[in-house]
Each structure stands twice: as structure tokens, then as C-alpha cells.
Design a protein around this ligand. Structure first.
Ligand SMILES: *Cc1c(COP(=O)(O)O)cnc(C)c1O
Length: 354
């Protein structure tokens, strides 16, 4: 979609021939900050670097524990590891996002940071999480890789913590044509550290004043993202329409648990990066759907993080274990037609009738 617009945007960059930290990059940072309502935004190389840099900028490092859900991409935990800290995995709640009570139970004297993951295009109940953070003197860094465009009580995913991160991997709602990510913050000092960390520790005059990485957003990707951003609200509106169709079409099937619908609560605005259901006889359903032309996915290739024993995890999370016998992603993206959505609904219904 919008192929001509992308070609024009990329041609402008190609014809000029300057590819790193140029005008599109600055413009994208400004547009993103405005879109989510944060003071500062910094494009970086990808969503994983974004978390590492955000944690480092927030002062997380050696000896610190960071609390995160096990139901997330391995990149979230790996970022904690590469920031030098220890990932502490906890359970998620019925909406598949980190469970505030589980956070509180996991706090120790070494806890430094809560890393909620705004999964599936939904922002967690950040009030509850902010209260816990305040009570125990912890910082919050948000992994909003999947949260672009979602909000809680009118505030965008990524803007609650001391820093929040996004991924623009092609499969994400705001996807580029390669790897890309960003970090937002309202704190000027943190912003300066992020800016140094993403560009070899160099300040605006080009002087090296700290240790840094090479993790800048390609200008070409920034040009693509600027174009894509113009259509983001339409994209999200369509995803919410499809979610409504699923909500209506699949209600009343006792073997299913659906995610919260688009109008379930005035506090949440969900962008439906994914439509993650829980289903009895999940594997049989998945096979039945595939045999009938409907492709589905299980997130993270079917494995929450605490199952990766080779990484040294040894924690008991029965709720997440149970969830991973049941969770399934139904197709959702703005290219799906209503007819296709109706076919998915009909096939799911047919499976449970039989
Ligand atoms: C995609 C994703 C990331 C990592 O983003 P990349 O851009 O692929 O590095 C991190 N966390 C979550 C929850 C994601 O979905």
C-alpha cells in the first residue's frame, strides 16, 4: 500500500546521499514525540537496542534486578542482560500483560526497575504499576515495542516510565522496511544520555563525552516511517474494526477467551498489534484452521521466556505455563477484507461445533 509515496520519500534521500542523522531523522524524532505526547524522542537501530539504551540511560546496570513478564519476546530479557542487570520474570494477568501483584511479590533489595511490556497493542494499567514503583523507589522503563498507538487513560504507551521504547520492525504496526526503533522520555538529562549512547558517546559538537554504541536510525528508514506515520491512525482504526468483528462473531463460544474488545473500557485504547485469544484444544484448532486456509500464529514460537532453561531461568510461573497451552493469534492487519475476517470467524465456529 502507498508504494508511490514510499518511492518518492526514499528518492529524496537517495538523491541527496546523506544517510545518517539527517533531516528525516530529526523530523521523525519530532513527529514521534508529538504523536505520543513526550518531550523527546530518539530514533535508534532497532527495538532491542532501544531497551538496552533506555535501561542504561535510566541508570540500570550491574547488580540490579529488573522485573518483567515472561510472556514477552526474548529481546526484552536479553536487553536487561546486555544492560548488565538480571531479568526477573513474573506472571501476566487475564489481559496477558504484566500482573501488578506479581511485580510486588518479586521485589527484593536488589530490584531497581520495572519493565512492563505493552503487549499486543495494549497499554497496561500503569496507575497500579506507578504506585508500586513509587512505594518501592523503582524506576519504570516501558517496552512499548508492540504498543505504538495504544494508550491508558489518554496517555500513550511508552510515556509513563522514565523512558519508553518502540520497535519499527516490519511486522509491527508502525513498521519500516528493515530494522528500526525509538526511545521517548520527558526527562532532559535522560534524553541527553540516550542521545550519547546511540551515537558513540558524541555530543552535538562531535566530542566524545561518554561510552556509547552505534545505534542510530537510518535516514532511509526515517523517511519510510515519516510516510507510514501519516497513515497510522487509519491503520489502527481498521485493526479496531476487525477486533470488533471478532468480538461480535466469536462471542458465546465457551471454549474461547477473547481479548478485551475495543470498547470494553474507557481507560484503554488498544491498537491491536495482535489479536491474542485463549482457546481450548488450541493445537487442534490451529491445525483445523490451517487445513481450511486460515494461518494463525502462537506468539514467541510458542515459548514464554522462563522456558529457556539454557539461559539459566529456574522460576515457577504456572499461569503463564497454562496460557501457553491456550494462546493463539488470529489474523489481524489492515489488508484483511471483511469477507476474510468473516471466514476466520466461521471456521472457528465450525471447529467448536464439530
Ligand atoms: C519486536 C519486539 C521487540 C524487539 O524489537 P526489534 O526491533 O525486533 O529489536 C521487543 N519487545 C517486544 C515485546 C517486541 O514485540
Amino acid at each position: 500500500m502507498y508504494a508511490d509515496e514510499y518511492r518518492v520519500a526514499m528518492d529524496v534521500v537517495l538523491n541527496r546521499g546523506a544517510f545518517i542523522l539527517q533531516s528525516e531523522n530529526r523530523e521523525f524524532d519530532q513527529n514521534l514525540a508529538k504523536y505520543v505526547g513526550s518531550k523527546y524522542a530518539y530514533g535508534v537501530g532497532n527495538g532491542t537496542d532501544a531497551i538496552i539504551i533506555a535501561l542504561r540511560a535510566a541508570g540500570v546496570g550491574q547488580g540490579d534486578e529488573v522485573i518483567l513478564p515472561s510472556h514477552t519476546y526474548i529481546a526484552t530479557a536479553a536487553s536487561v542482560h546486555f544492560a548488565g542487570a538480571t531479568p526477573v520474570l513474573v506472571e501476566c494477568g487475564t489481559d496477558h500483560l504484566i500482573d501488578p501483584e506479581a511485580i510486588e511479590s518479586a521485589i527484593t533489595s536488589r530490584s531497581k526497575c520495572i519493565l512492563p511490556v505493552q503487549l499486543n497493542g495494549r497499554t497496561a494499567n500503569m496507575e497500579a504499576i506507578e504506585q508500586i514503583a513509587k512505594k518501592h523507589g523503582l524506576v519504570i522503563v516501558e517496552d512499548a515495542a508492540q504498543g505504538v498507538g495504544s494508550s491508558f487513560k489518554g496517555r500513550a504507551a511508552g510515556t509513563f516510565g522514565i523512558a519508553g521504547t518502540y520497535s519499527f520492525f516490519p511486522a509491527k504496526i508502525l513498521g519500516s522496511f528493515g530494522d528500526a526503533g525509538a526511545i521517548v522520555t520527558n526527562d532532559e538529562k535522560i534524553g541527553q544520555r540516550i542521545s550519547l549512547l546511540r551515537d558513540h558517546g558524541r555530543n552535538e559538537e562531535g566530542n566524545v563525552v561518554a561510552w556509547g554504541l552505534n545505534s542510530r536510525l537510518d535516514n532511509l528508514q526515517a523517511a519510510v516511517l515519516l510516510t507510514r506515520m501519516k497513515h497510522l491512525d487509519k491503520e489502527i482504526a481498521r485493526r479496531r474494526e476487525i477486533a470488533s468483528m471478532y468480538q461480535e462473531g466469536l462471542q458465546g463460544i465457551s471454549e474461547l477467551l477473547l481479548p478485551p474488545g475495543p470498547n470494553a473500557s474507557p481507560d484503554h485504547f488498544d491498537s491491536y498489534q495482535n489479536y491474542e485469544i485463549e482457546a481450548e484444544r488450541r493445537d487442534d484448532l490451529k491445525k483445523f484452521l490451517l487445513d481450511n486456509g486460515v494461518g494463525t500464529l502462537i506468539q514467541w514460537n510458542g515459548s514464554p521466556i522462563h522456558w529457556f532453561k539454557d539461559l539459566g531461568f529456574n522460576v515457577n510461573l504456572p499461569i503463564t505455563d497454562e496460557l501457553f497451552k491456550r494462546c493463539l493469534l488470529l489474523p489481524i492487519n489492515s489488508m484483511l477484507t471483511n469477507l476474510e475476517v468473516e471466514i476466520v470467524i466461521e471456521e472457528v465456529r465450525r471447529f467448536y461445533r464439530s
